[in-house]
Ligand binder design. Structure first.
Ligand SMILES: [Zn+2]
Length: 328
């Protein structure tokens, strides 16, 4: 009986996942809601607005993402993880791939450019030569690529740099032709050194980073870089050595666009878990710990790069001495 109930619930979740996919095919002019549900996609902090623009959403095997982690922990937390953050039927984390559009005083910054279209991604079939609706979603959010002033990638993994460029006449050109792309020097040197040593991801570097450098659209930044009034890029190494975050402080309200310091809200509860996606596993854990210590019980709203559904939340301490991610 219990098994039957479980399978009905699983089917229901599978149906919800189906709805998420449907949400991706929304045409321009309509507001996009992740997972087809009525979550907000824009938040305001003083004079600054943050808007989430979706490129893709889908499951990722939890055991592969967290090698050696006790998967029973996901079952224990299903009451708040399901359906937005975890699919119990496939034991998969639900990952969203989205940009944050930061707007203030008529200016626009895009943080992280997701996966991109037409890119050769032979290591992951679903993204290979992909045709996603990102630009339509962006326009639906009121953003024309030519009106974007700045772009930054929290780090140079291929799910954060893809829409830096688009294919035009057989060549990779900047998707945002009038934008300055704010690239971290530490991240650039890190990825270049890795490629030189035979590691790293040369394909995504060549189709998403190099064309920006060649087009003269990059500004190489060191450390803290104010972008607009109340919007500042800050180094947050850990996930990768040159990883950075974007802090918003406006009108007494605060937010942080945290990139991949956190991949799943489960890392708020279990920051010590080894995560597959961290370049150096120990540094990944260190970076997470530093971040959690800084923001627990603060009034800073957290926006991670891959949280789906309600997306935004705060980190709060729990009675047993742990931490929890409390969605807004
Ligand atoms: Zn990522």
């Amino acid at each position: 009986m219990a098994k039957k109930t479980q399978s009905i619930l699983s089917r229901r979740n599978a149906l919800r996942l189906g709805t998420m996919t449907a949400a991706l095919s929304l045409s321009a002019g309509r507001r996009v809601f992740a997972q087809g549900e009525n979550f907000p996609t824009s938040w305001t902090f003083g004079d600054v607005t943050v808007t989430k623009v979706l490129d893709d959403i889908g499951p990722y095997d939890a055991a592969a993402a967290y090698p050696g982690a006790p998967l029973a922990a996901f079952e224990k937390n299903e009451d708040w993880l399901v359906p937005h953050f975890y699919d119990p039927a496939s034991k998969a984390i639900i990952f969203s791939y989205h940009s944050y559009v930061v707007r203030t005083q008529g200016k626009t910054l895009i943080v992280d450019t997701c996966i991109g279209n037409d890119k050769s991604r032979t290591r992951l079939a679903k993204w290979d030569m992909r045709k996603g609706p990102y630009l339509e979603n962006l326009r639906a959010a009121g953003v024309n690529p030519e009106d974007v002033d700045y772009v930054t990638c929290t780090h140079f993994h291929s799910d954060h740099t893809g829409w830096n460029t688009r294919l035009f006449d057989g060549k990779w050109v900047p998707t945002f032709p009038n934008a300055k792309y704010l690239f971290s020097r530490a991240e650039l040197e890190n990825v270049q050194a890795r490629i030189k040593a035979g590691g790293g991801d040369a394909t995504s570097y060549n189709d998403s980073i190099l064309p920006i450098l060649d087009a003269g659209r990059a500004e190489i930044i060191d450390g803290v870089r104010p972008v607009f009034d109340g919007v500042v890029i800050n180094p947050s190494p850990g996930h990768t050595p040159g990883h950075h975050s974007v802090n918003i402080d406006s009108g007494g309200q605060h937010a942080v666009l945290a990139g991949d310091i956190l991949h799943s809200p489960m890392e708020v509860l279990y920051p010590e878990w080894t995560c597959l996606f961290d370049q150096d596993k120990g540094h990944g854990v260190e970076g997470r710990m530093t971040f959690l210590k800084q923001y627990t019980d603060s009034d800073v709203t957290i926006f991670a790069a891959h949280f789906s559904g309600p997306t935004a939340g705060k980190i709060v301490s729990t009675a047993d001495g742990g931490r929890m991610f409390k969605t807004l």
